[in-house]
Design a protein around this ligand. Structure first.
Ligand code: ZN
Length: 328
């Protein structure tokens, strides 16, 4: 009799497109074939859970008789529509899609995607030059200090030192509004229309309605995709409310799940219980990479990226008690 491990691994994906189609570093997509291979590997080590099954487990209302995997997609990219049609549907896998509403409501792309897009179409040395042309001079000086450069390289371990410094400045040192203003100037400099970029990058309401009708879960990822933990409560509530209302209008029902943009450290709201109570969220997801075991707080669900899941899948936790009792 084999041991069972009633645990849930939640995996998240971002870009799913041909890596060859990206000219310069900035976007690091997973190919559709890689997604197929990933799902095959997951399906051998575990059983896929639907979002409803995952919710019952996370809320302590049902047990699993072995390891389960829930597949999720963040940011509402059009890539996810193609992945659902070409890869998930033929396998009968039901996934959760977390969508930020600003691109649909305001035709304004998410800062994270705009920055990735500009980097992906610009040679790195030119991007760096344009970037430093647009930041305040003190930010340029800061980026030359050895202590700053070391911190940047410690965070962006896979990047060239110069790219690490740019990313650290953009994401940690400059404010969100200043960075967005800068990235908007870089887009304008390249004559890129943000509305057209939104049409090329994101799913539309009819895509979301179709996925919802097909049994997938569509849920909140904030309106602007700003880190919720960095906002004051009133600002955070307005951001989440705008996303929930937009999805309510599109789907005819209020989403009961949220994934926190950026999902780590300070980006997670200080009091997820208050936020989730207010909006009726039953499940909230982070990017804290681990399995979810029975008793897991459903408002701080652990989740791994497409690059982290393999090691965890090879290391299914052994849970004594519940699983063995069910087998017996
Ligand atoms: Zn996101």
């Amino acid at each position: 009799m084999h041991k069972t491990s009633p645990a849930l691994l939640v995996v998240t994906y971002h870009y799913i497109r041909d890596p060859e189609s990206v000219r310069y570093p900035g976007i690091h997509p997973v190919s559709m074939d890689r997604l197929r291979d990933d799902l095959e590997r997951m399906g051998k080590a575990a059983t896929f859970a639907t979002p409803s099954e995952a919710e019952l487990f996370l809320r302590g209302l049902a047990e699993f008789d072995g390891p389960r995997v829930l597949v999720t997609f963040d940011d509402g990219l059009i890539d996810h529509w193609h992945a659902a049609r070409d890869v998930l549907e033929p396998r009968g896998i039901k996934a959760a899609f977390f969508v930020s509403s600003r691109p649909m409501a305001d035709r304004r792309a998410l800062l994270v995607n705009k920055l990735q897009y500009v980097r992906s179409i610009t040679p790195p040395e030119i991007f760096r030059r344009h970037f430093y042309d647009h930041v305040p001079p003190e930010a340029g000086l800061l980026a030359r200090q050895p202590a700053f450069r070391k911190k940047a390289c410690d965070v962006y371990i896979h990047d060239h030192e110069e790219d690490a410094c740019v990313k650290y400045l953009a994401n940690f040192s400059l404010g969100f509004d200043d960075t967005e203003h800068l990235v908007d100037e870089l887009l304008a400099h390249r004559s890129i229309d943000e509305g057209e970029l939104c049409e090329a990058l994101y799913m539309r309401p009819d895509h979301l309605r179709r996925l919802h009708a097909d049994g997938h879960l569509i849920a909140c990822h904030g309106h602007t995709h700003r880190p919720l933990g960095a906002m004051r409560d009133a600002e955070m509530d307005a951001d989440v409310s705008a996303c929930q209302e937009a999805l309510h209008w599109i789907l005819g029902e209020r989403p009961g799940w949220i994934s926190f943009p950026y999902g780590r450290g300070d980006a997670i709201p200080r009091d997820p219980g208050r936020l989730c109570d207010m909006f009726g969220f039953r499940v909230a997801l982070t990017l804290s990479p681990d399995w979810n075991l029975p008793g897991q707080d459903p408002l701080r669900v652990r989740r791994v990226t497409e690059n982290q899941y393999t090691a965890l899948l090879e290391n299914v936790p052994h849970v004594s008690g519940i699983g063995e009792r069910r087998v017996a």
